[in-house]
Write a protein that binds this ligand. Structure first.
Ligand code: ADP
Length: 182
């Protein structure tokens, strides 16, 4: 059955890893705004140049940039999808809602990956991406708390949020997520 899913959770919760696994099993389109933005940076497009500084500081890039990327991909999708890293604030969630209403593609489920801060920082430092030094990580956690975590309430009110404990081994967490998706 076609599914339209969103992964929510702090940086380092394992959204990317789990998204890849779930999308493979269920043949969903994996849309990671982080990956898409990094591809723009690598290709040195004008969009990538605009995004790079903000990403390296752990700040969000503009809603306009992110929306233009997501919109293009979603409108082309002829299968279910999983959004990973988007929406990241209430304004992005509202824009997404408007877009999905227009194309009659409601969200089935928002899955919150929950995990303690200490585990997050450890995991991110171990990963060692360009924006994974401790100072930037702390900022990304702050930005998550301020801008992204209000989405927990937003989607709870819409009655489509469910949570999964994201501590433990990758396979077990995938199984928990699979159960929730049903
Ligand atoms: P993580 O999963 O560790 O938070 P991502 O790969 O999702 O990292 O994102 C890395 C960076 O890309 C973010 O810190 C931010 O600068 C930018 N970014 C990704 N998605 C968005 C978005 N939806 N809105 C604004 N900025 C974004």
């Amino acid at each position: 059955m076609t599914k339209r899913l969103i992964f929510l959770g702090p940086p380092g919760a394992g959204k990317g890893t789990q998204a890849e696994r779930i999308c493979k099993i269920r043949n969903l389109l994996h849309l990671s705004t982080g990956d898409l933005l990094r591809a723009e940076v690598t290709a040195a497009t004008s969009l990538g140049k605009e995004a790079e500084d903000l990403m390296n500081k752990g700040e969000l890039v503009s809603d306009e940039i992110v929306l233009s990327i997501v919109e293009k991909k979603l409108l082309l999708a002829n299968q279910g999808w999983l959004l990973d890293g988007f929406p990241r604030n209430v304004s992005q969630a509202e824009s997404l809602g408007t877009l999905l209403e227009k194309v009659s593609q409601p969200i089935d489920l928002v899955i919150l990956l929950e995990i303690d801060d200490e585990v997050l920082v450890e995991r991110l430092i171990a990963r060692g991406r360009a924006d994974d030094n401790e100072k930037v990580i702390r900022n990304r956690l702050l930005v998550y708390r301020e801008k992204t975590s209000p989405l927990i309430n937003y989607y709870t009110k819409l009655g489509i949020l469910t949570s999964v404990q994201a501590r433990g081994n990758v396979e077990d967490i995938s199984e928990l997520i699979e159960e929730k998706i049903g």
